[in-house]
Design a protein around this ligand. Structure first.
Ligand code: RFL
Ligand code: PHB
Length: 392
């Protein structure tokens, strides 16, 4: 097989890129290791920045998002049994965020791709990228029980944190930065109406809890738990009791409980790989960087990378100039590091220190109080959370 752009990975990054390239008139092929059902059901992100919504709209993938997405005007911070509203439009000059599940974005993009887009091969696992430094790199992949090759002008590694693309960079070319956190999140989905209109980020005495949602009838909640936690040690009643304790405030408020339909533990890590390009191989999304979910940035960063890349390929296609492809890594990394910093700060501010460091715990509350008391501090949070402007 031959194509102009070979895309490894059919997550949000790979699928959105395929859509943008298709609209520009550049042919591509998407190789996805898993089957369709798996990628459409994988529970992940839910909070979209305005820029992410705009990008999906611009490529005709926002019909259902516009009908079903829940527009939020801010978030709530809870600590010391009090609630504090952070008003995004008032603090950012009108910006909002939207709740719409990653599973739904993937379903929408897969449907468009299969209807009129370039080839999307499921159960096609990339094994190796050959000659990434040359002008015609080749992807070797396994599909329908046999090994095949895809010759390309460009290869884009959108294969997530555990993919093969990043490992293709020779060690002397790249450098990575990583930080592991001493806690994980236990995430649940529950068939119960959300107990709030906006997301609640709570710093309870025993640790962090987040109340999010998927629809007016489905709640998504997370609890800080120790690393290595087995979800089976958390029967449903124990989860609801702990959530209720961490969200507790002195005002009248009740956490609605309901049947839990999914339960999983996610470790927390920050990771950035620099640069994001080696020869004709470019990385995008989780393949190049991951953040802890506290800042809700992972999916939004993946979409930002693809917006930069989509524009660079459009320019290359129109004029033959590789200038924007040459500056791709630099363009993305500034934003990636800003999101890495923000996600780190949010995580450190809201999670209880497992070693019980009382000084650190006291500082956390001091940071939270500052945000509640100062418009300036709240505006800084709102600007980062709702998404820094993308200069393309
Ligand atoms: P993905 O989604 O991991 O997709 C990569 C795809 O590549 C495939 N693949 C391969 N295909 C072919 N050959 C190979 N050798 C391959 N190896 C892998 C995989 O099967 C997969 O389909 O990466 P992508 O596209 O970069 O998207 C990134 C996002 O998925 C991720 O950043 C977010 O989900 C992170 N995240 C959140 N981000 C937000 O912006 N807002 C949120 O509210 C938010 N909440 C979250 C999150 C992530 C979470 N977890 C589980 C890590 C909440 C959680 C709990
Ligand atoms: C989610 O809805 O899954 C979600 C929302 C905000 C976050 C993390 C996850 O910070």
């Amino acid at each position: 097989m031959r194509t102009t752009v070979g895309i490894i990975g059919g997550g949000p990054a790979g699928l959105l890129l395929a859509r943008l390239l298709h609209r520009t008139g550049i042919d591509c092929v998407v190789l996805e290791a898993r089957n369709r059902e798996y990628v459409e059901q994988r529970q992940r992100a839910g909070m979209l920045e305005q820029g992410t919504v705009d990008a999906l709209r611009a490529c005709g993938a926002a019909e259902r998002l516009e009908a079903e997405g829940l527009v939020h005007q801010g978030i709530e911070l809870r600590f010391e049994r009090e609630r504090h509203h952070i008003d995004f439009p008032a603090l950012t000059g009108g910006r909002t965020v939207t709740i719409y599940a990653q599973t739904e974005i993937v379903k929408d993009l897969v449907a468009l791709q299969l209807a009129d887009g370039p080839p999307l091969l499921f159960e096609a696992e990339a094994l190796e990228i050959e000659k990434p430094e040359s002008s015609s790199p080749v992807v070797r992949f396994l599909h329908e029980g046999r090994e095949q090759t895809l010759s390309c002008d460009w290869v884009i590694g959108c294969d997530g944190f555990h993919g093969i693309s990043r490992d293709t960079f020779p060690p002397e070319v790249g450098r990575s930065y990583a930080h592991d956190y001493p806690y994980s999140w236990l995430g649940i989905l529950a068939d119960v109406a959300p107990s709030c209109d906006e997301l609640i980020y709570a710093r309870g005495e025993n640790g962090f809890a987040l109340h999010s949602m998927r629809s007016p009838h489905v709640s998504r909640l997370y609890l800080q738990v120790p690393n290595g936690t087995d979800p089976d040690d958390w029967p449903d009643e124990r989860i609801w009791d702990e959530l209720a304790a961490r969200f507790a405030i002195d005002a009248d408020w009740t956490l609605h409980r309901g049947p839990i339909t999914a339960k999983a533990v996610t470790p927390m890590r920050s990771y950035v790989h620099e640069p994001m390009r080696h020869g004709r191989l470019l990385l995008a999304g989780d393949a190049a960087h991951i953040v802890p979910p506290t800042g809700a940035k992972g999916l939004n960063l993946a979409v930002s990378d693809i917006r930069v890349l989509g524009r660079a390929f459009a320019e290359w296609h129109r004029t033959g100039s590789e200038q924007l492809l040459d500056t791709y890594s630099e363009m993305c990394l500034e934003r990636v590091w800003q999101a890495t910093r923000f996600s780190y700060d949010m995580t450190k501010m809201l999670h209880a220190q497992p070693d019980g460091d009382v000084f650190e715990n006291r500082l956390q509350l001091t940071r939270l109080r500052r945000i509640a008391a100062s418009r300036h501090a709240a505006a800084e949070l709102a600007a980062n959370y709702s998404g820094l402007p993308l200069m393309i």
